[in-house]
Design a protein around this ligand. Structure first.
Ligand code: PEP
Ligand code: MG
Length: 591
């Protein structure tokens, strides 16, 4: 890195998405989009341009099939890349690009951009509409073609261990792809802590921040930058002293997080209460890794992860095979599978018009009940996979007992039909996500009609505070420690306790050591989290007492604001458990 002085450093506050520190040079991820220009061709050049485009298609297809086959990552990346490959090979996209080159006599890059734009704009009902419903997928494929056309090799090479990837926004598939190049850090304009891209970023251990405005104006390629996802800032042109300080902070963190004890199956607090940690896992290998870290069973299997592209709902038999395999892996410790938590955009039905308010729209359990054919196939797959296995069902976005009761009727109906056909079925427990305000206010009734509750804090905060979890411009209103959130959580534990049903916490809050003692003090005994959170969480739990956690929760209950609660927690931790937190964590903003 070139030298700079402390006076020349520029520090920009940022929202932390994934903890860590990364030092390196700026590489734009989506910036190439902006510089595509139209080049008018002579008639004699058209044929060669089409040939050049065909080479790029072959390159992109080869890249995609390699990535689809790759099982090096724990994430169902192969499904996403497989879908893109299908789009490239089987939709009319490539053909349309060629026609555009021929008819308009323009360069291939320009033709790709214009074709993608036309697809996204018109969304016209072509035969291959199922491949092209989602504009993000079209954009993904167009970007890949563009990289193949403009010399992807150099650009990919720039995405190495010293790259700080800068983008306006990243899709989940993009973060998976970026992580393969092991960059030093990621900076985006948009993205919230609980977005699926951020969840993946944490799982992939990428230091990641967002909330930086106008990234294309602020940074230039190769700018020296530190992503400080500990203190929540980006430092442009850092001086040597700052670089050294950040390096040692980052080293200290990696030493602390590398400390692992041999892992006992049961996890108890210092005063002897058992706390169960389960994994949020969507495939077998993720769970196997989680088990090694001490996870007991799968608390949340997001079944929508099986839908690789809009409309590609796996068949009953495909689902059955996956559910059975994951249930076998979980064994005695159980797996809890959530039914599809998707919006209508995932159905790829050409008759459907986009909703104005998708998070308040026809989604999750509502969508399942409105599309019984798909729902019943999923229920049958779950019932069959539960034969001889410990498999439970979770319903997403339940607003009251009506959805639960209707689902029970469907389950019973399908059970009967399967039994009559001589097919083995099990007896899955039925649980409800508690993640919208009406579910909290009727939680006693829901608890009486279910076998367990699953607290989805990511959505609960969003819906309680009317603050979109993916919109960083209102990140200050998305307050995990808002008194309404704390009271809602407490109400859920009280109702679950009264009804004698377990309540498991499965949102991102469960995996944060900063919030964990409060959750335990409020009554949490079961938590389900991403793999990265398991080790630090276990460490903390085994070193605190329930008595202290309850004392802490009592202090918090009287707190009027998220800000005041944050201060109460920080003071308590510094006084009682300072040595249990990684360096720098208590200085972070946590609201
Ligand atoms: C939640 O809402 O907290 C949750 C666990 O589910 P998801 O993040 O998939 O909405
Ligand atoms: Mg949710």
């Amino acid at each position: 890195m070139k030298q700079a002085t402390a006076q020349n450093e520029r520090r920009i506050p940022a929202i932390i998405l994934s903890l860590g520190i990364g030092t390196g040079q700026v590489t734009f991820f989506e910036g190439e989009k902006e510089v595509i220009r139209r080049v008018d061709l002579q008639e004699s050049e058209v044929e060669a341009e089409i040939a050049r485009f065909r080479v790029a298609v072959r390159t992109a297809a080869a890249e995609l099939s390699l990535m689809a086959r790759s099982s090096a990552t724990n994430i169902p990346a192969s499904e996403i890349f497989g879908a893109h490959l299908l789009m490239l090979n089987e939709s009319s996209f490539a053909g349309r690009v060629e026609s555009r080159i021929e008819q308009h006599k323009v360069n291939a890059e320009y033709a790709v951009v214009e074709t993608a734009r036309a697809f996204n704009k018109t969304q016209d009902a072509t035969a291959d509409r199922r491949f092209l419903e989602k504009s993000q997928d079209v954009d993904d494929v167009a970007q890949r073609l563009m990289r193949a056309l403009t010399g992807s090799v150099e650009k990919q090479a720039a995405l190495g261990p010293h790259a700080i990837v800068v983008a306006r926004e990243l899709r989940p598939s993009a973060i998976i792809e970026i992580a393969k190049h092991k960059p030093a850090g990621v900076i985006t304009e948009r993205g919230g802590w609980t977005s699926h891209t951020s969840i993946l970023g944490r799982e992939l251990k990428l230091p990641m921040v967002s909330g930086i405005k106008e990234v294309e104006r602020l940074f230039a390629p190769n700018d020296n930058v530190i992503v400080d996802a500990i203190n929540g800032e980006v430092i442009i042109d850092p001086c040597l002293e700052t670089i050294e300080r950040m390096r040692s902070l980052s080293l200290e963190r990696s030493v602390t997080s590398a400390v692992t004890d041999s892992i006992p199956r049961t996890l108890i607090t210092r005063d002897g209460t058992e706390i169960t940690i389960r994994a949020n896992a969507d495939n077998r290998s993720v769970y196997e890794n989680g088990r090694q870290l001490g996870a007991r069973g799968i608390g949340l299997f997001r079944s929508e992860s099986l839908i690789a592209r809009p409309g590609a709902i796996p068949t009953e038999d495909q689902q059955f095979a996956i559910y059975e395999s994951i249930a076998e892996a979980a064994g005695e410790e159980r797996v809890r599978i959530r039914t599809f938590d998707i919006g209508i955009d995932s159905l790829a039905d050409s008759r459907i018009t986009p909703e104005r308010n998708p998070s308040l729209g026809l989604r999750s359990i509502r969508l399942s009940l409105a599309n019984e054919e798909i729902f019943r196939a999923q229920i049958r797959a779950l019932l069959r996979a539960s034969a001889g296995n410990n498999l439970d069902i979770i319903l997403p976005m339940v607003t009251g007992i009506v959805e639960v009761k209707r689902t029970r009727e469907i389950i019973e109906d399908e059970r009967e039909k399967l039994s009559q056909a001589g097919i083995d079925v099990g007896a899955p427990n039925l649980g409800a996500m508690i993640e919208v305000p009406s579910a909290v206010l009727t939680v006693a009734e829901i608890a009486a009609n279910t076998d367990f509750l699953c607290l989805g804090t990511n959505d609960l905060i969003q819906y309680l505070l009317a603050a979109d979890r993916d919109n960083d411009s209102i990140a200050d209103w998305y307050q995990t420690l808002h008194p309404a959130v704390i009271r809602a959580i407490e109400q859920v534990f009280v109702a679950a306790n009264d009804a004698g049903v377990p309540a498991i916490v499965a949102g991102e809050m469960a995996g944060s050591t900063f919030y964990l003692p409060l959750l335990i003090g409020l009554g949490a005994r079961e938590l389900s989290m991403n793999l990265n959170s398991i080790q630090p969480t276990r460490n903390l739990i085994s070193n605190i007492t329930i008595a202290e956690a309850v004392e802490l929760a009592e202090l918090v209950k009287a707190s009027p604001t998220a800000e005041a609660t944050e201060q109460i927690l920080r003071t308590y931790y510094l006084e009682h458990w300072n040595e249990l937190f990684p360096p720098g964590l208590l200085e972070l903003r946590h609201r």
